[in-house]
Design a protein around this ligand. Structure first.
Ligand code: FAD
Length: 293
């Protein structure tokens, strides 16, 4: 492992709280991670728009109380164009200048995406409509292991290119555990003519069993060696140590390969993310005024 420059661009994903206890957890996460000087924090949007109001409220509080740049996630599921654009306007009113624009998954994932009558037919239409407002930096999703619904890897990269052509500013990837997977994907995107930034999504593993089952659903790949390593962790302390060292190594490799920004999936728990950032040299005393371009 080399020593990396701690001035990399940093961002965090959180999800909106469902109850009072979860709210305290979210605010603790924001408070602790704010000291690491993130470029932005993104707030997810529940399947089928199930967290519409609370996502907007979380965007508002994070922006207003913590003065942070916030990206609200937005999907096309179960809503007309007008309803979706109303949420975008509500995000804007809450201070968001960025949106992560997604097609989304229905609440019943097995049913597959069915566009709503008068709704956006695909992520491309949503990206285009948001870009046309001129109000937002539009970020989109990318899949180093190929989206499960893609016809093949090339078609998936073509879709990503189409998202940029529709007005996207940058992409954030699904999580992955081996740097080569991201680097190969980045090379293929460059070959396909994509010049915009692709930010790796980093998941510090809190619970390997849950991560494996979620990975199977969203098409992320979990390598066998990692499976064996976590099986050998006999208690939570060993599990956390393993998780921190694997994640730090992954981030370090990426930064040494010219990656400029890391986006952490925090799952509203700051501890692993904070420790990994500290291991990468990013501590409150090392604050740099580095913002994602
Ligand atoms: P798209 O990229 O539009 O479609 C997925 C894939 O299907 C494409 O890559 C392509 O291969 C194929 N495809 C779809 N339409 C076409 C077409 N017209 N022509 C050719 N190929 C096509 N979900 C939520 O519900 N809420 C969230 O807040 C949320 N945040 C996320 C954040 C990130 C960074 C990521 C990576 C995912 C997130 N998701 C979220 C999950 C996401 O909604 C699902 O992965 C969903 O299945 C795809 O959304 P998308 O915008 O990537 O879709």
């Amino acid at each position: 492992m080399k020593i990396t420059d701690p001035a990399f661009g940093l961002s965090f994903e959180v999800f909106p709280p469902r109850n009072l206890n979860a709210s305290f957890k979210l605010w603790r996460t924001i408070e602790q991670l704010a000291t690491l000087d993130p470029s932005f924090v993104s707030v997810t949007y529940g399947a089928g728009g199930s967290t519409r109001d609370v996502s907007r409220a979380a965007v508002d509080v994070i922006n207003r109380e913590y003065g942070m740049d916030v990206a609200g996630h937005l999907t096309c599921v179960d809503a007309t164009r007008e309803q979706v654009m109303d949420v975008a306007q509500a995000y804007k009113d809450a201070g968001a200048r960025q949106i992560v624009a997604l097609r989304g998954d229905p609440s019943d994932a097995d049913a597959g995406f069915q566009p709503t009558a008068d709704g956006f037919q695909s992520s491309l239409e949503l990206i285009s409509a948001l870009a046309d407002t001129g109000d937002f930096k539009v970020r989109v999703a990318a899949y180093p292991h190929t989206h499960p619904e893609a016809a093949n890897e090339n078609a998936d990269i073509d879709m990503l290119k189409a998202k940029f052509d529709a007005g996207a500013h940058s992409a954030i990837t699904q999580f992955f555990f081996e740097s080569d997977d991201f680097l190969r994907f980045r090379d293929k995107c460059v070959t396909a003519g994509i010049t915009q930034k692709i930010i790796p999504g980093i998941l510090p593993v809190e619970n390997w069993k849950k991560t494996k089952s979620f990975s199977a659903r969203c098409g992320a790949f979990t390598p066998d060696w990692l499976d064996k390593a976590f099986e050998n962790a006999t208690n939570q302390e060993e599990h956390d140590l393993l998780s921190i060292s694997i994640c730090t190594e992954l981030c370090d490799d990426l930064l040494n390969e010219g990656v400029e920004d890391l986006h952490f999936y925090t799952l509203n728990d700051p501890s692993l993310t904070k420790t990994v950032c500290h291991a990468l040299g990013r501590t409150p005393s090392e604050l740099r005024l580095h913002k994602v371009a």
